[in-house]
Design a protein around this ligand. Structure first.
Ligand code: PLP
Length: 392
């Protein structure tokens, strides 16, 4: 008996990243004190008031099938939030609720790409991106953003890739995982220009929109001519420390939202009503709750900047947002893979090699700011000493 051939294409290109993560977990299971700075799991837990709202909803009877595109009140709340934050009038019909941002990414690509089409994505990238694009039978084409350009995607490279591949979609992510970079308005205007010139749909992954340390987050959907060709991916995973609740959304033109709705009828059949009620409660608590959730990462980003400041061996890519920092360790002569493997074995510190986010981040490390301040500071000081001892 044969499995579907598509399974082989869903694997990402994560290189040694998973191996390091799994090795770190094995060491912890064996009782070793490993400082985990690997994945983007908030160390802050879901606010208990949100859990109370979930509990009250479930006990109040909201445990059956729900509206598959999302409960009207939640779609309306998301639409109002987007309208207020972006100035672009958004209606409930522009919103479809999904079980998390990842399901939203999958649904967006399924709705826009046929088998045999091509979809672009910017590298370095969140590791599920290529597999997500490929799972519907499309070809995933990486467009590298270069460290010399501060990992901002360049219009010329996007244009060349779109022309050569005949792509139908472009996936971007700002604030960016893994680099911590926020795309400037100029970058996004370039992206918008290429999307219009090459007739691309834009899928804009904005799951870190509440984690802005410097500058401003511009949603490219608001740029002229973009609302009709942009699908924005949102999630409460990071903004409200609700990774396990699996709740996110897509905002876009009604036709695309309806296509995602049809896909949901045939796949997820909606998101649990009590989770949607908890999400509604969380969103109604407004920006104050989001700021409280984001505060530890902002503080730790400052700690990272201080501890690594002036090092020739570990150079921080200027972190403007999101819960990660990226460091360039090329001066040590080690690859990101080799550095991360040795750091884990010798210092018991788990970080992700840049290579697991694509060749564009080779010779870099991604450090998740997901440990308590003191532990993070001590681990970064050891990481710095480890890197400096390896300088030729
Ligand atoms: N997009 C990016 C860039 C991410 O980093 C993540 C998770 O880490 C996701 C999407 C998916 O998040 P979720 O499915 O938990 O909403």
């Amino acid at each position: 008996m044969k499995l579907a051939a598509r399974n082989a294409h869903m694997m990402g290109d994560a290189g040694n990243g998973w191996a390091i993560l799994f090795r770190a977990r094995e060491m912890i299971a064996a009782g070793e004190a490993v400082t985990m700075l690997t994945i983007g799991e908030p160390d802050v837990k879901t606010d208990s008031a949100i859990l109370d709202a979930m509990d009250a909803s479930a006990r109040g009877g909201n445990t059956g099938y729900t509206d598959i595109a999302g409960q009207h009140a939640l779609r309306a709340e998301i639409a109002d939030r987007v309208s207020a934050r972006t100035g672009l009038q958004t209606r409930p019909e522009n919103v479809v609720v999904t079980p998390g941002g990842q399901a939203a990414l999958f649904a967006a690509h399924m709705a826009l790409l046929d088998a045999g089409d091509s979809g672009l994505y910017v590298a370095p990238y969140y590791p599920t991106y290529p597999g997500t694009i490929r799972s519907g039978g499309a070809e995933a084409v990486a467009v590298p953003a270069r460290p010399e350009c501060g990992f901002q995607p360049e219009a010329a490279a996007l244009d060349a890739a779109a022309r050569a591949s005949g792509a139908k979609t472009l996936l971007i992510n700002s604030p960016n995982n893994p680099t911590g970079v926020i795309y400037t308005r100029e970058t996004l205007e370039g992206v918008a220009e290429i999307c219009q010139r090459r007739d691309l749909w834009l899928i804009s992954d904005e799951v870190y929109e509440t984690q802005i340390w410097e500058g401003a987050h511009v949603s490219p959907r608001t740029l002229p001519g973009m609302a009709e060709r942009t699908l924005v991916i949102g999630s409460l995973s990071k903004s409200h420390a609700m990774t396990g609740a699996r709740i996110g959304w897509i905002v876009g033109p009604e036709t695309a939202v309806e296509a995602v709705h049809q896909l949901a009828i045939n796949t997820t059949y909606g998101v649990p009503g009590f989770v949607q009620d908890a999400a509604l409660y969380a969103l109604r608590r407004g920006a104050a709750m989001e700021a409280r959730n984001a505060a530890p990462y902002r503080r730790r980003r400052d700690i990272a900047a201080r501890v690594l400041s002036g090092s020739q061996a570990v150079r921080l890519i200027h972190p403007a947002g999101a819960m990660y920092v990226m460091a360039d360790i090329r001066a040590t002569g080690l690859t990101g893979d080799a550095f991360a493997a040795r750091l884990l074995a010798e210092e018991k510190i788990g970080v992700m090699p840049g290579e697991s986010f694509g060749a564009a981040a080779a010779g870099h490390l991604r450090i998740a700011l997901t440990q308590e301040d003191g532990l993070l500071e001590a681990a970064l000081a050891r990481l710095r000493a480890f890197a400096e001892a390896r300088m030729p």
